[in-house]
Write a protein of this length. Structure first.
Ligand code: NAP
Length: 290
């Protein structure tokens, strides 16, 4: 047996096409297209690439994009003020602050300043709280949402499945576990203090790895036939390495989402979906009487 290789590029392409059609319908109805604002305050080349990818994806979907590049010596207060200004700009539907922020800045304070109704990344505590309560959040962090979309696209059963998530970050692990739980999986969350990680992972029908430890997940972590979604990306020799040792896992798993080409393309597509959802929610709130 050899795993079905999940094609994240193709799934993301379909999602982006759907979003472009929705944006075109908004334009046809005489509405302004959704506007995504990004704050970039670092000189990290990887961040510049991520932001450029987001800009290109937004524009290809017919959305508007605005980039703010405050100086690298900005204070927490000045970035919070910038975020407040974007919050109160009626033309902006969604925003995100690209991480990392400079060392002198309190990144949590800046993130918390983003209005929940403009939170394109879905990291705001209020939006995360809605997700945790299982009451249909408008926005959900893009990477875990992208993993769920891949499971759906390949008809991988989630309800009743045993799911193991390696990683407990706010960006990936925690929302991933919450989404799986909300979809009726039985979920175990692992981290650096988990004992006998491989044995826990071997119980999984769905194994999601978000550690950033190249090739650590080998066949000894995988139940035969399981769906394995590799989220890890570690820069290596001019490309990125995933957490999963593909040569070892591919003969055992039922499905494998590889790095690159799996979850990565989904993250940007889900950012666009969040921006569209925020635009729709805000505009219907503005249009509603009272
Ligand atoms: P993070 O904040 O560093 O979290 C890593 C998690 O992995 C932590 O919970 C950590 O446990 C756990 N971990 C680390 N080493 C471990 C080990 N040996 N055994 C078990 N658990 C271990 O990273 P993140 O932001 O969640 O990102 C995770 C990975 O996904 C990174 O490689 C990142 O680059 C990648 N990523 C990819 C995308 C994409 O679009 N494809 C998006 C976001 C992130 P503790 O909590 O105990 O420290």
């Amino acid at each position: 047996m050899s795993a079905v290789i999940i094609d994240g590029k193709a799934v993301a392409g379909g999602v982006r096409e759907q979003i472009a059609q929705d944006v075109a319908r908004m334009r046809d109805a005489g509405e302004a297209p959704p506007l995504l604002a990004v704050v970039l305050c670092n000189d990290n080349p990887a961040s510049a690439i991520y932001v450029r990818n987001k800009e290109r994806a937004a524009e290809r979907a017919g959305m508007s994009f605005r980039l703010h590049t405050p100086p690298l010596d900005s204070s927490t207060e000045s970035l919070v003020q910038l975020v407040h200004a974007i919050n109160s700009d009626p033309g902006v539907d969604g925003m995100l602050v690209q991480l990392p922020l400079p060392a002198q800045v309190d990144a949590e304070a800046v993130g918390d300043a983003i209005a929940p109704e403009k939170d394109a990344d879905g990291f705001h505590p209020l939006n995360f709280g809605h997700l945790a309560e299982g009451r249909g959040a408008t926005v959900v962090p893009g990477t875990p949402l992208g993993c769920m979309e891949l499971l759906r696209a390949y008809d991988i059963p989630v309800g009743g499945a045993r799911a193991v998530v390696i990683g407990r970050s706010v960006i990936v692990g925690r929302p991933m576990a919450t989404l799986l739980l909300n979809a009726d999986a039985t979920v175990t969350v692992c981290h650096s203090r988990t004992r006998d990680l491989a044995a826990v992972c071997r119980e999984a029908d769905i194994l999601i790895s978000a550690m950033g430890r190249p090739r650590m997940v080998d066949a000894g972590f995988v139940k035969p036939g399981a769906a394995v979604i590799d989220v890890g990306t570690t820069p290596e020799d001019g490309t990125v390495a995933g957490d999963v040792d593909r040569a070892s896992v591919e003969p055992v798993a039922g499905w494998l989402s590889p790095v690159p080409g799996g979850v990565g393309p989904m993250t940007v597509a889900m950012l666009l979906r969040n921006t569209l959802a925020l635009a729709a929610a805000r505009r219907s709130a503005v249009a509603a009487p009272g």
